[in-house]
Design a protein around this ligand. Structure first.
Ligand SMILES: [Zn+2]
Length: 251
């Protein structure tokens, strides 16, 4: 039974990942996510069903459009694969509980945000405004302990990044500030604090590595969203393990 759920989660995860690509690409451009069929963004050719199979279509076409041969970003299969993987590990980490619903919704928001932030350096308000009431409702029915923890998480997440945004004079985008607040509702204040610490750590380490390897230029703006996404996943799924490990390491 549990194995079946894991397989189904991977299958639906890859299909939803495909949809999250579309949402992340179209919402910032105010395009409809349902009324226009899938098409090549370079030549506008409509795609056939066999060009829409998550992960496999991209691999079979060697990352190129079958019509115009324009390269298709590796971001798309990466998002499909990541969503499939994360949907699959969710029941294994949080168990077959109501919290599974929270984890799948959280992953959905994180994947959409990753696409928008990498493509346009934007975290769309529309996406956050869709997920915020969903998370509030989920945390009313699947509460954290104490009950006010989601409120504290929101205030802490929003507050910490707001402080950095002001202190860095715009080095941090407003979208990141709002995103961290919304994520705080799911995480509660402790896991929000850990996510914040991890995000700045990932940003510093990967940013320095990127500079050293000349993948990014000094002063080039880098989206901070993907670091928040990575840090949130680690903090949400492995908060207790991280804390145990930290105190074990310190003693
Ligand atoms: Zn094309």
């Amino acid at each position: 039974m549990e194995l079946l759920i894991v397989y189904m989660a991977a299958l639906y995860g890859s299909l939803l990942g495909s949809f999250f690509n579309v949402v992340g690409l179209r919402v910032p451009k105010n395009e409809s996510i349902v009324h226009t069929g899938s098409h090549c963004t370079a030549c506008s050719r409509n795609l056939n069903w066999y060009e829409l199979i998550p992960i496999f279509s991209w691999l079979c076409q060697k990352g190129k459009c079958r019509g115009c041969q324009t390269k298709i970003s590796a971001l798309y299969p990466v998002i499909e694969l990541s969503t499939a993987f994360l949907f699959m590990i969710s029941p294994l980490v949080v168990g077959l509980s109501k919290e599974l619903l929270v984890s799948w919704c959280l992953i959905s928001l994180l994947m959409i945000v990753t696409v928008s932030d990498i493509k346009y350096m934007i975290i769309p308000d529309k996406v956050l405004l869709f997920f915020m009431p969903v998370f509030i409702a989920l945390r009313i029915f699947i509460p954290l302990a104490p009950w006010w923890d989601p409120i504290a998480g929101f205030a802490l997440g929003f507050g910490l990044l707001f402080f950095i945004a002001v202190a860095s004079k715009g080095g941090m985008g407003g979208g990141d500030v709002k995103l961290m607040g919304v994520l705080g509702i799911v995480l509660g204040w402790k896991a929000t604090l850990l996510a914040f610490i991890l995000a700045t750590l990932f940003g510093a380490v990967l940013g320095t590595a990127g500079l050293a390897l000349k993948l990014i230029k000094r002063g080039q703006p880098i989206p901070f969203g993907p670091y928040i996404v990575l840090a949130t996943l680690v903090s949400y799924f492995f908060f207790h393990e991280m804390i145990d490990w930290y105190f074990h390491f310190m003693n």
